[in-house]
Design a protein around this ligand. Structure first.
Ligand SMILES: [Zn+2]
Length: 447
């Protein structure tokens, strides 16, 4: 029997150029798939009244260390250098599989609550083989669309981040892929979360890239951030090792040289920018326009909730404000008008949705409200005092709305948030993640 859901009479921003914006239209979902987007659809379906709602594709977060939800806000004033010591060398070694489960459960529900329907979980917390199983189990229980990026253990900085000689264990990556990702399930895909040149010796870099390519899974790597890695010229080193390719996502890219931008663009690689983290923690400038100028389609990511908020509204505003500040200042200095290419509020919505799907390798199934794609749909309450009255619906989402306005969240056709409330057991998730916090703090004190 076909299951149908009809989103009735919302202001639809499809992000599909052929459909565009429809100020009063319906979205028909059939068996998890978007079947139609147009005004006045009649169908035998469960009807959700979208009057006063702005209906958009779900946000895509292309890089988050979801395991850090247990230690949310623990490093509010940290620089990137501090973070390596205070988080990766202090808390990460103490994580049990139970902590990873709790953090991924609460962290993925936090995403759904905020309208993030697709999450790239950059999971470099695989201290034992039980850790990845716990991470994946939690993601699966929430019903979020996820790309699970299998990363290294993090039991000490010396072993894993300073010219590391320890490669991600290929046997366990294969086991995880065979156990959890044997079919190309529409909700879950897998990637390899690598550390890259400068953090690892070249043999390890080559081995990890080779492993991902042998398994046919994409690669994600932090590059060009701050004093720590900006000096490594990581993309150049990867180029010299012959490892650049269209299957790789480059995170941050703040201190890329012009040559590195060209190398990454020419190779067909993709880019994830974490603007709040980058401006706040010293990674460097969020290079949204740089990426666009090189023909890339940058996406946005949260990165770490130890230090920044976990929602996409924050990321959108951080990138929009920072890049416009830079361009305005440069143009004033040069006494010229701002260019036509100046970032717009609408462009930010494209970056946070469609570009995210592109970067996660999932544009065939999410990122826009296009018939045939899976139904990842978010409704924003535009009747709230911080959103109404609406003049420009895209700008209302990117510049006025916040998490409290996320009214409905649907992933793969399943309603995960309805009338402003998650359908999941939020109290259990909060209890588990608070217990995890207490356990980690006790273990830290006992060290
Ligand atoms: Zn990161």
């Amino acid at each position: 029997m076909t299951v149908r859901t009809l989103l009735r009479a919302g202001h639809v921003i499809s992000m599909d150029p052929d459909i565009g914006d429809l100020p009063r239209a319906d979205v028909l979902i059939e068996d998890g798939k978007i079947a139609a987007v147009r005004p006045e659809i009649s169908a035998d379906a469960e009807v959700l009244d979208m009057t006063g709602r702005i209906v958009i594709p779900g946000f895509v977060d292309t890089h988050r260390h979801t395991w850090e939800a247990s230690i949310r806000g623990v490093a509010p004033d940290a620089t990137l250098d501090d973070y390596f010591v205070d988080i990766l060398d202090t808390f990460a070694p103490l994580y049990t599989p139970e902590d990873v489960y709790a953090a991924n459960l609460a962290g993925a529900l936090e995403c759904l609550n905020a309208g993030i329907t697709t999450l790239v979980d950059w999971s470099h917390i695989n201290n034992t083989p039980e850790h990845p199983d716990a991470a994946i189990q939690a993601l699966a229980e929430t019903g979020i669309r996820a790309q699970y990026a299998y990363g290294s253990a993090n039991t000490s900085l010396a072993d894993y981040w300073f010219e590391s000689k320890i490669a991600i264990p290929g046997d366990d990556v294969r086991r995880i892929r065979d156990t959890h990702f044997a079919s190309d399930d529409s909700l879950f895909t897998m990637a390899l979360a690598t550390r890259g040149p400068g953090f690892c010796v070249n043999d390890v870099v080559t081995a990890e890239w080779g492993l991902a390519r042998e398994l046919g899974i994409p690669i994600t790597v932090h590059v060009g951030m701050g004093r720590l890695a900006g000096r490594f010229g990581m993309a150049k080193q990867l180029h010299d090792l012959g490892l650049l390719g269209p299957d790789t996502t480059y995170i941050h890219c703040c201190y890329f040289s012009e040559e590195e931008w060209r190398m990454v663009a020419d190779s067909g690689g993709t880019v994830s920018i974490a603007p709040q983290v980058e401006t706040q923690m010293g990674h460097g400038w969020p290079p949204v326009m740089k990426a666009i100028e090189h023909g890339l389609r940058p996406s946005l990511s949260v990165d770490v909730v130890t230090t920044v908020p976990g929602d996409m509204f924050t990321q959108i505003r951080a990138a929009f404000g920072a890049e416009r500040a830079r361009v305005n200042a440069e143009c004033w200095q040069a006494d010229v008008p701002v260019p036509e290419t100046m970032l717009t509020a609408r462009r930010m919505l494209e970056i946070a949705t469609l570009n995210g799907a592109h970067v996660a390798g999932l544009e065939d199934r999410t990122g826009s409200l296009t018939p045939g794609k899976r139904a990842d749909v978010v409704a924003i309450d535009a009747t709230a005092l911080n959103v109404a009255p609406v003049h420009d619906a895209a700008a209302a989402v990117t510049l006025s709305a916040d998490v409290s306005n996320v009214d409905t969240v649907i992933v793969d056709g399943v309603i995960r948030k309805r009338d402003g409330r998650l359908t999941a057991d939020v109290d259990r998730a909060r209890r588990l993640v608070e217990e995890s916090r207490d356990r980690l703090l006790a273990a830290k004190a006992a060290r």
